[in-house]
Design a protein around this ligand. Structure first.
Ligand SMILES: Cc1cc2nc3c(=O)[nH]c(=O)nc-3n(C[C@H](O)[C@H](O)[C@H](O)COP(=O)(O)O)c2cc1C
Length: 354
C-alpha cells in the first residue's frame, strides 16, 4: 500500500467523480458504472441500416468507460415515423442485421446498449406525400384511435426486433416535442377521448406503448419539459402534475426514467433543489438518469453538483452527450483524472467522426 502520494488517486477521479464509478443494476441489467451515453442522431445509416462504422463508433465509447449506451433515435416501422433516409430504423430490410453487428461489437468489449425508439410526430416533414401524425392535428393529421393502435403496434414490433438483435434494453423517446411528448403536452394534445385531458390521460398513449414493449427488454422512458422548438414549454406545471404523469407510466411498466434537461443542475420546480431526474425518482421510486451539459469543457463545470446527486441517490445514472462526440474516451479520461487530454466541446464535433 503506498503511504504517500502527491497525485489524486485515479480510482477516485477528479472532484469526487468516484461516485460515477460504482456499479448499478437497472431492472436486472448489471452496469459497471453510472455513465450513460445520451442518444444522439447522426444520419449515418443509409436506407435506415446501421453500418460497420456505426458499430465501431459505439464500440469505441463502450470500451472506454461508458457503462450503458443509448443509441441515436431509431425509427419505428411506420411511414409517419420520419421522412429521414439516413436515420436508422429497426424493422426495415437489413436493419436488424445491422443492429446485430452493433450489439455484438459493444458486447465484445463488455458494454451494454439500449435502443432508443422514435416517432417524430409533427416534426416529420411531408416531403414524400405522407402527412405528419399528431395527437390533435397541430402540425399534421389528427390521429384516430385506430391510428393510435397502429403506432403502438409499431413500437411493439420494434422492441421485438431490438430484443432479437441483441439489445439489452429499449428507451422510449417521449421527450423534446416528438410524437409521444406531443401527447403529454397540453399545447399539442386537445383530445377529449381517453388520450387527452388531465395529465394522467395525456400519458395514456405513452403508457400503452410501454405496456406493449415491456416483457421484451427493460424499458427506459425518456421525457422532458422543454421542446426543441420551445425551451420554456412544460408538460407538468407542478410536482403533483408530474406525479400524475409518471405514475401512469410507472404503472404501465417503465423500469427507469431518463429525465432530459438542457442543464442538469437546474432545479425542476421552485422551492426545491431537486432536478428533473431527482423528481422522477422521488415521485416513482424508480431509478433515474440525469442529463444536460455534463462536462462540456475539460474544467468539468458543475461536477460537484453531479457528485452530490449520485452520492445522495437523488438520481442513479448520468447521461453524457455532446462531450462524447469529440471524446470517445471521455469517461475513461475523467475516471483516470486525465483532464488535460479532453477536447472541449465544439459544435463542429457533431459533423466529425472521432
Ligand atoms: C447531435 C445531437 C443529436 C441528438 N439526438 C437525439 C436523439 O436522437 N434522441 C434524443 O432523445 N435526444 C437527442 N439529443 C439530445 C441528447 O441526448 C442530450 O439530451 C443533449 O445533447 C444534452 O446532453 P449534453 O449536454 O451532454 O449533450 C441529441 C443531441 C445532439 C447534440
Amino acid at each position: 500500500m503506498p503511504t504517500t502520494t502527491t497525485h489524486r488517486s485515479p480510482a477516485a477521479g477528479p472532484l469526487g467523480l468516484a461516485a460515477a464509478n460504482v456499479p448499478f443494476t437497472l431492472a436486472g441489467l448489471d452496469l459497471p458504472n453510472r455513465f450513460v451515453m445520451a442518444p444522439m442522431t447522426r444520419f449515418r445509416s443509409p436506407g435506415g441500416v446501421p453500418t460497420a462504422e456505426v458499430a465501431d463508433y459505439y464500440r469505441r465509447r463502450a470500451e472506454n468507460g461508458v457503462g450503458l449506451i443509448v443509441t441515436e433515435g431509431t425509427l419505428v416501422g411506420h411511414p409517419s415515423a420520419s421522412h429521414e433516409t439516413t436515420v436508422p430504423r429497426m424493422t426495415a430490410g437489413a436493419a436488424e442485421a445491422g443492429w446485430r453487428g452493433v450489439t455484438t461489437a459493444v458486447h465484445a468489449v463488455g458494454g451494454r446498449i439500449a435502443a432508443q425508439l422514435w416517432h417524430l410526430g409533427s416534426e416529420r416533414r411531408p416531403v414524400d406525400g405522407v402527412e405528419a401524425w399528431t395527437p390533435s392535428g397541430v402540425g399534421g393529421h389528427a390521429m384516430s384511435t385506430a391510428d393510435i393502435d397502429t403506432i403502438v403496434a409499431a413500437f411493439a414490433e420494434s422492441a421485438r426486433v431490438a430484443a432479437r438483435a441483441g439489445f439489452d434494453a429499449v428507451e422510449i423517446h417521449g421527450a423534446h416535442g416528438y410524437l409521444l411528448d406531443e401527447f403529454l403536452w397540453p399545447a399539442t394534445n386537445h383530445r377529449t377521448d381517453a388520450f387527452g385531458g388531465s395529465p394522467a390521460r395525456r400519458a395514456a398513449l405513452p403508457a400503452e406503448v410501454i405496456r406493449a414493449v415491456r416483457g421484451e427488454l427493460p424499458v427506459i422512458f425518456r421525457f422532458s419539459q422543454f421542446k426543441e422548438r420551445d425551451y420554456q414549454a412544460r408538460i407538468a406545471q407542478s410536482p403533483a402534475e408530474l406525479a400524475d404523469i409518471l405514475t401512469v407510466l410507472a404503472d404501465a411498466g417503465a423500469d427507469a426514467f431518463h429525465a432530459s434537461q438542457r442543464r442538469f443542475w437546474e432545479p425542476a420546480f421552485p422551492g426545491s433543489p431537486l432536478n428533473l431526474a431527482g423528481w422522477a425518482k422521488k415521485l416513482t421510486g424508480l431509478p433515474s438518469i440525469t442529463v444536460g451539459s455534463v462536462g462540456l469543457t475539460s474544467t468539468l463545470p458543475h461536477m460537484s453538483r453531479l457528485t452530490e446527486g449520485l452520492t445522495t441517490g437523488e438520481f442513479d445514472l448520468v447521461a453524457v452527450g455532446r462531450i462524447l462526440l469529440g471524446n470517445p474516451t471521455w469517461a475513461r479520461l475523467v475516471t483516470e483524472n486525465r483532464l488535460t487530454e479532453i477536447r472541449d466541446y465544439d459544435k463542429a464535433h457533431e459533423d466529425v467522426y472521432f
